[in-house]
Write a protein that binds this ligand. Structure first.
Ligand code: BES
Ligand code: ZN
Length: 890
């Protein structure tokens, strides 16, 4: 284990770690879950299901002790004893719990010595909860329509302690031997292959699994249910299976194909064979995250694994490929080599995010995965990281409650973006070589961020550590201001980019980065020149001579920064955008930067609107993703009156018209993946911005859809439902609700939830919330809440709703609190005034929000940025729009 330089040690003393007096070597665990409620007399007294557990844990005693402290949460340890040297059994004297630290301390009457062979034995019970953390239950319908339960696990980050007493820290790796005792008709899955199975004296099935390799607790999994599966083998002979509810296994076909190829791809790319004998991918009906990388037994939400060729959209296929590849990347990055502490979570998540795209790009070269990276991952990183309330990639994590909140766009998206920047700087070949060395060196061990930098530095011979530490230890990222000095020479100056527009003035305390810059210019628009910006300010003599009409920095958007040019240069960059002389990624970069700069007050909004108008003939999917998201922001911030909303909608529809006409409503045979993604994106925007013609066609299609689902292809179902609900009333609302109730594919149910909240009637929104709370799976309720939250007409209601139901929301979603943070965000999405920001702050001040604090600060900051933006640019924006709409007759 590493990461123990001085600074690191300092940090560790602040962490709530278990005392390092004993260490687990082998856990033998036996679990027996109840899968039926004892007596179901009415709906009354909904008790929880329980499970019985026995743990036998072989320990290494590091220093003599009478007491053993380990993690345990919501567990009741009935009996504890310790077996010494395979003979003497000593009963514990006392068991105490620390609720705050989530630990149990077991006191023995005799001292345990380092020379002894020691195993503690615990008999305990726990709750098979319904909150999708720890060992939990998930429900499904049996063949007679009755509700049945499966038992499954979600341990990351810190919930293994809800299933068995353990040393629940990523660096405390051990071997696990799992045994499950279940009703005879159930199937059992775990990380490893079952080695024995028999029926015991009470008629139950006892399944014992092979021992795992040495691994962290958060990666363990065990599942009891009734499944069908399909299977295939990799070239290296690894058995890959997709498990689904009975009767649905064919829906796993696409994921299975992706998984088989991806496992082979990663084994080659990392030059390390997949070390387990099998890989299961399991669809779980109730699942909090998208998927979880348990070693050899990956669990998924149904929408992240199942594809129905007739009813799944192109977006869903992209998503499944991405999620499968992401979780399989973790089998190396995370499972084989694990972060030393949650501070380095990004090593898991940033890498898996980057590597997933590498694999998807390899499997589906025509999808343009790396182009999409910029409009999704890169853009999300820059958005969140422009807030003062952001955090560094390497972030201090003290206690369990802090961990959930860092599964955010910084760990995932900024993490992946700095990796892409580095891979580009070192060359992919050199980077890959470094990764191979790193993974081999730390296999079955833990590593910290510095360990990776050190290896990459050795392998590449470039100063990786000094450059990358700046990116992972400092919050934020730079904006390069391009200026001209008195001699007309170009000057590049870096400052931290903040949405609030605030920039540090003094050089002494300014944040600086080492920035690899790639640049293209009008004389050689396809040839990138590279240099490093190291200081605060540098003159770029001779880089761009007088003959250049324009130049663009950050070519291919491979660096994590924004660029601000003098207005005259922004002007000149419009032409290469319009004429597509710049690549789609560079066009996208200009769109992203200009919009972010105007929001931050570093550029007039009218100049960003000029830039936006240059995209009239745009055909690229990723550019449209960004443009439409910018339309949405403008609409919510500046659309305060009917007139301003009307002007904006005219302008947006005008810009969208060409591409909408080009795409039409019918997919061409074998058309490109990105075109299939673009069509619903554009048509949906036309619906949102009330283009009469689009609305009317969509409404007609909705009628046909209600008549027979096959009349509308999956890609367009969201669009036609949105049109019907947003321009309709009770009737359309009920029709979509009915579609939800009759849908069998969860993807379809989610589509319905995403549209129900678009109704213009507040009374229907209320109805939806009440109904949804009762009838929608816990994990999917957020889709309904966000669709109301992003509907301007629902903004007030949803905030009132959250305030009124906070306790219930907290009860249901507060355990794995990254779900709660989604509610917090969704309910402030449309807020744009200082007064609203004050109200949000005031409300949460009175609430228990542990683990959500940063999210709340981010929401408030975002609202205040919008408020300032409106105050600053409202007048000029409106005038610009009036002129545009008049001049273009739109
Ligand atoms: N390790 C995470 C799952 C996770 C998330 C556990 C949050 C605990 C808290 C998993 O690898 C993951 O990142 N899943 C993503 C999907 C991915 C494609 C971005 C998810 O759940 O959304
Ligand atoms: Zn992940």
């Amino acid at each position: 284990m590493t990461g123990t330089n001085e600074a690191e040690q300092q940090v560790q003393t602040n962490r709530h770690l278990l005392p390092q007096i004993v260490k687990p070597k082998l856990y033998k665990l036996q679990l027996e879950p109840e899968l039926e409620f004892p007596e179901q007399n009415g709906a009354q007294g909904k008790q929880d299901l329980k499970f019985q557990g026995k743990a036998n844990i072989e320990l290494e005693i590091i220093s003599s002790t009478k007491c053993v402290t380990l993690h345990a949460l919501d567990l009741e340890i009935k009996e504890a004893a310790v077996e010494v040297n395979n003979s003497k059994l000593i009963k514990a004297e006392n068991i105490s719990y620390d609720k705050e630290q989530q630990t149990a301390t077991i006191l023995f009457p005799e001292t345990l010595l380092p020379t002894q062979k020691v195993a503690i034995q615990l008999d305990y019970t726990g709750t098979l909860n319904d909150q999708m953390v720890g060992f939990y239950r998930s429900s499904y319908k049996g063949s007679n329509g009755e509700t049945r339960y499966m038992a499954t696990t979600q341990f990351e980050p810190t919930d293994a302690r809800r299933a068995f007493p353990c040393w629940d820290e990523p660096a405390i790796k051990a071997v696990f031997e799992i045994t499950l005792i279940v009703p005879a008709d159930r199937d059992c899955l775990s990380n490893m292959i079952a080695v024995s199975e028999h029926i015991n004296e009470s008629g139950k099935k006892v399944v014992q699994f092979q021992r795992t390799p040495i691994m962290s607790t958060y990666l363990l999994a065990f599942i009891v249910g009734e499944f069908d599966h399909i299977e295939d083998k990799t070239e290296q002979g690894i058995m890959v299976r997709v498990y689904t509810l009975k009767g649905s296994s064919e829906l796993g076909r696409f994921a299975l194909q992706v998984a088989v190829k991806t496992l082979t791809f990663f084994a080659e790319f990392f030059d390390i064979a997949y070390p387990l004998p099998k890989m299961d991918l399991v669809a779980i009906p109730d699942f909090a995250a998208g998927a979880m990388e348990n070693w050899g037994c990956v669990t998924f939400r149904e929408t992240a694994l199942l594809i129905d060729p007739a009813n799944s959209s192109t977006v869903a296929r992209s998503r499944v490929a991405e999620v499968v590849a992401h979780e399989l990347a973790h089998q190396w990055f995370g499972n084989l080599v694990t972060m030393e502490w949650w501070t380095h979570l990004w090593l898991n998540e940033g890498f898996a995010t980057w590597a997933a795209d590498l694999a998807v790009d390899h499997l589906f070269p025509s999808w343009g995965t790396w182009l999409q990276f910029v409009s999704s991952t890169f853009s999300a990183a820059l958005r969140l990281d422009s807030l003062e309330s952001s955090h560094p990639i390497e972030v201090e994590v003290k206690k369990a409650g802090d961990v959930n909140e860092i599964f955010d766009a910084i760990s995932y998206c900024k993490g992946a973006s700095v990796i892409r920047m580095l891979a580009n700087y070192l060359s992919l070949e050199s980077f890959q070589k470094g990764l191979q060395v790193y993974l081999k060196k730390f296999s079955y061990k833990n590593a910290a961020t510095d360990d990776l930098w050190k290896v990459l530095e050795e392998v590449s011979g470039k100063p990786v550590f000094s450059m990358m530490s700046l990116w992972t230890r400092q919050t934020g990222y730079p904006v390069i201001q391009v200026k001209q000095n008195q001699d007309n020479q170009w000057l590049f100056e870096q400052t931290r980019f903040l949405s609030s527009g605030f920039t540090e003035q003094t050089t002494e305390n300014a944040t600086l980065w080492i920035i690899p810059i790639g640049a293209i210019s009008s004389s050689k628009p396809t040839e990138t020149r590279y240099f490093l910006l190291k200081g605060k300010k540098e003159e770029m003599n001779d880089v761009f001579g007088k003959e250049e009409d324009w130049f663009k920095l950050n070519s291919n958007q491979s660096g994590v920064y924004r660029v601000n040019y003098p207005l005259s240069l922004w002007e000149k960059l419009r032409k290469p955008v319009q004429e597509c002389i710049l690549s789609s990624t560079d066009r996208l970069g200009l769109s992203m930067d200009s919009f972010a700069l105007c929001r931050a007050g570093m550029m007039p909004t009218t100049s960003a609107l000029d830039m936006m108008a240059s995209f009239e003939n745009e055909t690229d999917y990723n550019c449209w993703v960004d443009l439409i998201s910018n339309f949405d922001s403008l609409h919510s911030v500046f659309g305060k009156t009917d007139e301003s909303r009307y002007l904006m909608e005219r302008f947006f529809c005008h810009i969208l018209r060409n591409i909408a006409q080009q795409l039409g409503w019918n997919a061409a045979e074998g058309e490109e993946h990105s075109v299939s993604l673009l069509r619903p994106k554009v048509l949906r925007a036309m619906v949102d911005y009330k283009d009469a013609n689009t609305l009317s066609i969509a409404r007609q299609l909705f009628e046909q859809y209600i008549h027979n689902k096959d009349n509308v292809v999956a890609d367009l179902r969201g669009v036609v439902m949105a049109a019907a609900v947003s321009s309709g009333g009770q009737k359309e609302f009920d029709q979509v609700k009915h579609l939800f109730e009759t849908a069998t594919l969860n993807e379809e149910k989610v589509r319905c939830l995403q549209t129900l909240g678009m109704t213009p009637q507040v009374s229907l929104m209320k109805e939806a919330l009440e109904w949804g709370w009762q009838h929608v799976r816990y994990q999917d309720y957020i889709y309904l809440v966000s669709s109301i939250g992003s509907n301007p007409k629902g903004a007030e209601l949803i905030w009132e709703y959250l305030k009124e139901h906070w306790n219930a929301l907290y009860e249901r979603y507060g355990k794995g609190n990254f779900m709660l943070t989604s509610f917090i965000r969704a309910c402030t999405a449309q807020m744009t005034t200082q007064m609203e920001a004050d109200q949000v702050e005031a409300f949460y001040r009175t609430k228990h929000v542990e683990g959500c604090e940063r999210t709340i600060r981010q929401c408030v900051e975002r609202i205040r940025v919008s408020a300032k933006w409106f105050e600053r640019d409202e007048k000029a924006t409106k005038e610009w729009l009036q002129r545009y709409v008049k001049d273009h007759n739109c």
